[in-house]
Design a binder for this molecule. Structure first.
Ligand code: HEC
Ligand code: HEC
Length: 386
């Protein structure tokens, strides 16, 4: 017999129901039940990253932890990774962040919590692995404004023996590119330990599934939030799976007048040619899996070009209560603002590049539904690991 009698019952019901148009179908139907089952309880540790053989190395993580805090890696001597990614939220509480020489970033820093579960980085996907991402802020003139020479000097001064114990050579003996790649791999090993899962949300989803299977879905306190998330809001179209992200790029109509407003459509080309990408000489993967992932993005750019115009990475919703302001521009101050943005189907056409995804349209949410969605989002804050 089926492990899920309700599902069998619902499938039969759905078939019969398709004959006549009656009142709204009870929530959840069989397909929705499966979607719900895919949401809760991520693995304790992020999946292996075959491109970084140091990814789960504790020594590398310890070195990465120190590097993450080191302002002397920046040319101005005052900015570290931590300056823009704090310990609690993994981001800052302002729309943009302050880098070297009083420069401001063009975009909102995403949280680094749970970043090991993602395979594209930056809002526009211009890095394809966690370790190569770390090179971008290090070298960016508006963030740490550093250079391979500054990196080598600082590693030599403060980390030479730890570096050699891990990578087999002294920083002084390493060429620029290898030095940068190794720096990134140690940082990534550290970031992979910054996971906050185990949220009330996970308990709620499990309990709700049981209630649904007992025919008592509507009595469960999570009913309206989950129903709106899956059905009327269609949030699940993109915020799916244990991380509540499909790790793909979509245009949801966020106002953006910057030179880089085309998002992934602008960023993917250079990334595909980047010497540090995951199919390049500094990747530890030897399987070709990485290159096919990149090829797929390359062919998507050609095949669905206009769809990727103005598209940004779907962020994880885990810990979202801690990570405001929201969106790649930081335009939404609160989660209520986010819901208003979705409710109106994005900003007016012309205020951003491209056009919005099919699922983004005026939702006509009631006040109760909006509140239930905000409450649901707030339930996604996880406990600190260990
Ligand atoms: C001056 C502020 C600043 C500094 C310093 C900084 N970051 Fe960031 N970080 C950002 C911003 C802004 C973004 C988003 C940029 C974009 O998408 O265009 C970002 C994005 C990221 C992401 C991508 C997350 C995701 O889900 O896509 C990671 C990981 C990250 N930073 C790690 C680091 C590391 C490691 C360092 C140090 C080597 C660092 N950051 C230094 C501001 C900063
Ligand atoms: C078509 C795919 C798609 C759908 C549908 C969708 N989202 Fe999003 N969501 C995204 C993308 C992409 C972003 C980032 C967009 C940007 O910054 O330009 C985002 C951003 C967010 C953020 C901000 C997170 C942060 O860290 O800044 C929240 C919260 C959010 N979505 C919740 C929802 C909710 C609730 C719904 C349903 C009402 C929903 N999303 C529907 C793709 C989607």
């Amino acid at each position: 017999m089926s492990r899920h009698p309700l599902r069998t019952w619902m499938l039969a019901g759905a078939l019969a129901g398709s004959m006549a148009c009656t009142a709204e179908e009870p929530f959840p139907n069989a397909a929705e039940l499966e979607q719900l089952e895919s949401l809760h309880s991520p693995t304790r540790r992020p999946p292996l990253d075959p491109t970084n053989k140091y990814g789960d190395n504790a020594q590398a993580a310890a070195l990465g932890d120190r590097l993450f805090d080191d302002v002397k890696l920046s040319s101005c001597g005052t900015i570290a990774c931590r300056s823009c990614h704090d310990t609690v939220s993994g981001t800052v509480d302002t729309p943009t962040a302050l880098g070297c020489n009083a420069n401001r970033t063009g975009r909102n820093p995403p949280t680094i919590l749970n970043s090991g579960y993602s395979t594209w980085f930056m809002w526009d996907g211009r890095a394809d692995r966690l370790w190569n991402q770390a090179l971008l802020p290090l070298l960016s003139p508006i963030e740490m404004a550093s250079s391979p020479a500054i990196l080598r000097d600082r590693l030599t001064e403060a980390y030479a023996e730890d570096y050699r114990a891990l990578f087999g050579k002294l920083p002084a003996e390493e060429n620029d590119e290898q030095l940068l790649a190794n720096f990134g791999k140690a940082i990534a090993a550290y970031e992979r330990t910054l996971n906050r899962n185990d949220a009330p949300f996970d308990q709620d989803v499990l309990r709700f599934i049981q209630a649904a299977e007992a025919g008592k879905a509507e009595e469960d306190p999570a009913y309206l939030g989950l129903k709106t998330f899956l059905r009327k809001g269609q949030c699940i179209a993109c915020h799916k799976g244990p991380m509540l992200s499909d790790d793909q790029f979509h245009n949801i109509g966020v106002r953006d007048a910057s030179a880089s407003k085309a998002g992934v459509a602008l960023a993917a080309g250079p990334m595909l040619d980047w010497v540090f990408n995951s199919s390049g000489p500094y990747s530890d993967a030897r399987t070709g899996i990485e290159s096919s992932r990149l090829q797929r993005l390359g062919s998507d750019l050609v095949r669905k070009g206009p769809e990727l115009e103005g598209a940004y990475k779907t962020p994880t919703l885990r810990n979202v209560e801690l990570t405001g302001p929201y969106m790649h521009t930081g335009e939404a101050q609160t989660l209520e603002d986010v819901i208003e943005l979705y409710d109106k189907g994005g900003e007016p056409l012309g205020s951003f590049a491209g056009k919005v995804a099919e699922t983004i349209k005026p939702l006509e949410l009631t006040d109760e539904e909006k509140k239930a969605l905000v409450k649901l989002l707030k339930s996604m804050t996880g406990a600190r690991a260990e």
